[in-house]
Design a protein around this ligand. Structure first.
Ligand code: EPU
Length: 420
């Protein structure tokens, strides 16, 4: 397995271009299953999860045609498999996003149950309950969800808790259902809105995406479309923290801070300075980092996907910060690794108390999940001496060309390829 080696302590300076959002790209690629013509997508990030999604769509029988960088055409006119097999689902939970579209268009889908993952149990019970309410017959057998429906029927659904991929799966199910579906307590994440925008371009009748009630009037047929994936707000947030933690100055090219308001507000409290120009958003790291407390919440609250990176910044705060994780029950895997770099963090239940230290020192650490890995990279960039991060395949799932982008900003970072 590859490793990343960082010689820390260099203030990062320069301009970075954001990639397309992984968590918008994955549902939108699945949405191509809803129509039988060529869907032309652009601004897809070059990531391992996108490769996995391509493998899944090909397995189902879709034709894929790679275009220039970030472009992909998908044609789902010859789907002849209706199953997301265990091998693919276990490497990427977002594979469950084919359930809604397959069921809506073909009346059948078989999807492996994802099982737990590094950050929590992450069940899909709310997806299944809502699909049953739309008339799907669902059986759980041998680790698979077997779903069948003649034609899904619109109904009123209220999610017990807002779920991002649950809302996306149901949205894709509802667009081809008979009659009107209302999704209450829906996720308001911008990636859900990006999917809804793409579906509307395909002819779906959707209102309220981005609010907590989404209404869908089912249609019988959707058309293919062209669609450009939104920029990745979590990648953006990660580079903002990189600037703060290294006391650097980074410009996020062609980005206006959209969808990251809560994170930017907290970073301003920590002392980072922002300057928005037409060409992009520039952020300057402070000489001294103020300790700030955060609680993760569904959008528009502080995103759980930025918690680990923010904690790395707070590890160097002047005082004490309290970080509460309310979305996933086990998203503190980075804590023990940050401690190896000298951070002073105590966990009690879903709360982490971070007492700022004046310095982190490089050490060998291990990546455990995508965002935890990003927090270790950030800590390594700020630490004195060398940090070596193993199991970086987690990073390759979600950050396009991370070492290249950081090197271009002046970081002393290299990938050590595994000798096979
Ligand atoms: N939940 C249930 N039952 C369900 C669905 C969700 O109990 O049927 C619970 C979850 O266990 C969790 C909460 O509801 O406690 C919210 O989970 P959600 O369903 O919103 O998460 P997700 O859809 O599985 C997406 C992102 C995650 C991101 C979360 C929260 C994608 C592909 N994944 O996951 O992204 O952390 O929303 O914003 O969109 C990442 O990119 O690193 C990542 C993990």
């Amino acid at each position: 397995m590859d490793k990343i080696r960082i010689q820390g302590g260099v203030p990062l300076k320069g301009k970075v271009f954001l990639s397309g959002a992984k968590n918008a790209a994955l549902p939108i690629m699945s949405a191509a299953l809803l129509t039988d013509g060529w869907v032309n997508l652009s601004n897809l990030p070059a990531l391992r999860d996108i490769q996995t999604e391509k493998r899944l769509l090909s397995f189902l029988g879709a034709s894929l045609d790679e275009g220039s960088e970030g472009c992909l055409r998908i044609n789902a006119s010859r789907i002849d498999q209706f199953e997301a097999p265990y091998d693919l689902v276990k490497t990427m939970r977002a594979s469950v996003l084919v359930l809604g579209p397959l069921l809506a268009r073909f009346g059948r889908a078989r999807v492996s149950l994802p099982g737990g993952c590094a950050i929590g149990a992450r069940p899909i019970n709310l997806h299944l309950k809502a699909l049953e309410m739309m008339g799907a017959r669902i059986n759980l057998r041998s680790g698979y969800v077997d779903a069948k429906a003649r034609r899904l029927r619109g109904t009123e659904i209220g999610f017990d808790t807002p779920t991002v991929t649950g809302t996306e799966n149901l949205l894709m199910a509802a667009v081809l259902a008979q009659g009107k579906t209302s999704l209450g307590n829906a996720a308001k994440e911008p990636e859900v809105v990006d999917l809804a925008n793409c579906l509307e371009r395909m002819g779906a009748k959707i209102s309220g995406a981005g609010t907590d009630t989404i209404t869908v009037q089912g249609v019988t047929h959707l058309q293919p479309t062209d669609y450009r994936i939104m920029p990745d707000r979590i990648e953006a947030g990660t580079y903002l923290v990189a600037s703060g933690i290294t006391r650097g100055e980074i410009t996020l090219a062609e980005y206006d801070g959209s969808h990251l308001e809560t994170v930017i507000m907290k970073l301003k409290e920590a002392g980072l300075e922002f300057d928005q120009k037409k060409s992009g958003l520039t952020v300057r790291g402070p000489r001294k980092i103020k300790s700030v407390s955060v609680t993760t919440r569904p959008f528009p609250g502080f995103p759980t996907d930025m918690q680990a990176q923010f904690m790395a910044l707070m590890a160097l705060g002047q005082d004490t910060s309290v970080i509460k994780e309310t979305i996933f029950e086990n998203r503190y895997m980075h804590v023990s690794e940050l401690r190896r770099l000298g951070a002073d963090i105590q966990i009690s239940g879903n709360q982490a108390v971070v007492k700022g230290v004046s310095k982190l020192r490089g050490a060998p650490v291990m990546a455990t999940d995508l965002r935890a890995s990003a927090s270790l990279v950030l800590a390594g960039l700020a630490a004195e001496g060398m940090t070596e991060i193993s199991r970086v395949y987690h990073l390759d799932r979600g950050y396009e060309s991370l070492e290249k982008k950081l090197s271009a900003l002046g970081a002393n970072i290299e990938r050590i390829k595994e000798v096979k």
